[in-house]
Design a protein around this ligand. Structure first.
Ligand SMILES: Cc1cc2nc3c(=O)[nH]c(=O)nc-3n(C[C@H](O)[C@H](O)[C@H](O)COP(=O)(O)OP(=O)(O)OC[C@H]3O[C@@H](n4cnc5c(N)ncnc54)[C@H](O)[C@@H]3O)c2cc1C
Length: 297
């Protein structure tokens, strides 16, 4: 039922994009590039995400891969300061791991060629059913190309060990809390404990990692990261804060004014409903924000 509602050809997706507009930078690559230009002008970098996940047909995965190649062309043509974020299930991970690796590797090699100023390719982390497979594909890609890195989710009990492994590899990690509804056997469910594990992971990445992405809108951890970095002589050029398009823009600007690197995750495309649903599920106020931006247009 929910899958049907979220399909790009559903009545909801075809008629209700105006609701998602605050969090999704349009349905086309051109609208997303426009959004990136605005962020760049405000001193921020971006990572572009072509929305879509859980692809079950090879043709669809290849189309998504090719859309990423076109995105990299557009980034280069526009001279935009942006890299890209990729979901492996959109690259065919649920069909065949080798096939997903092949598609990912094509994007990584193309990014190095077309976007030398920021050739990095981020692998978003999805639900726990694919955590192991995602990290396996990441490590296989990383063995060949260094311009790729994973996301780790602080709510998973396994994550401190994954952080240690990433530091050993010297891989570039984005640390976030995690956006999926995971069972208590594998995930911490209590917010103060998630924050504590988030800080433990962020500190390990700041001390022993490679240019970590500190992805959160939560003012507490942001302040703790700043003071940990200051206290340990870790300059602001050694990490970046990351936030989602449309979320806490005033805080984004403040961090830039304070001299921190700030990257904004800019999702776009017609498969926006699942992403929008996760934003609303993690914070009911996001629906109010979406509605208020409609009425204040
Ligand atoms: C750049 C980026 C990339 C991400 N990539 C992934 C990924 O690959 N995989 C994944 O599972 N998850 C990903 N996430 C989502 C992440 O896991 C969280 O679900 C999401 O960021 C919410 O957690 P939070 O720490 O930002 O804030 P929360 O824990 O939701 O909220 C804590 C506090 O932050 C502030 N806040 C949060 N949201 C808002 C808002 N909309 N408006 C105003 N204040 C707000 C409030 O003060 C709130 O009390 C990503 C997040 C970011 C920022």
């Amino acid at each position: 039922m929910l899958d049907r509602l979220m399909a790009p050809d559903s009545f909801f997706s075809k008629n209700f994009f105006f609701l998602a507009k605050r969090f999704v930078a349009g349905e086309s690559i051109d609208s997303a590039i426009e959004a990136v230009r605005g962020l760049n002008a405000a001193g921020m970098t971006a990572t572009l995400d072509f929305l879509g996940e859980d692809v079950l047909e090879r043709d669809a995965a290849i189309k998504t891969r090719d859309a990423y190649l076109r995105m990299l062309d557009k980034i280069a043509q526009a001279g935009a300061r942006s890299n890209v974020s990729v979901k492996l299930t959109a690259m065919g991970l649920l069909i065949d791991e080798d096939f997903a690796l092949e598609n990912l590797s094509t994007i990584i090699a193309y990014a190095a060629e077309k976007n030398p100023a920021d050739p990095f390719v981020r692998i978003d982390m999805e639900g726990s059913a694919v955590t192991d497979a995602t990290l396996r594909v990441f490590e296989r890609a990383f063995a060949v190309h260094k311009n790729v890195g994973p996301v780790l989710q602080a709510y998973l009990k396994r994550t401190p060990a994954d952080v240690a492994r990433a530091n050993e590899l010297r891989a570039r990690v984005r640390i976030c809390k995690g956006a999926y509804n995971e069972p208590p056997e594998i995930a911490i469910k209590d917010m103060p404990a998630i924050r504590a594990q988030y800080m433990q992971c962020a500190q390990a990445l700041l001390s022993g990692g490679t240019y970590p992405g500190i992805a959160t809108h939560d003012p507490g951890p942001i302040e703790l990261v700043k003071s940990f970095a200051r206290a340990n002589g870790i300059g602001p050029e050694r990490f970046e804060f990351q936030m989602l398009y449309g979320v806490r823009p005033a805080l984004q600007h403040r961090l830039v004014c304070e001299g921190y690197n700030l990257r904004v995750y800019v999702p776009f495309g017609t498969h926006w409903a699942g992403y929008f649903y996760r934003r609303v599920a993690e914070r009911r106020e996001n629906l109010l924000f979406a509605l208020s931006s409609v009425f204040s247009r």
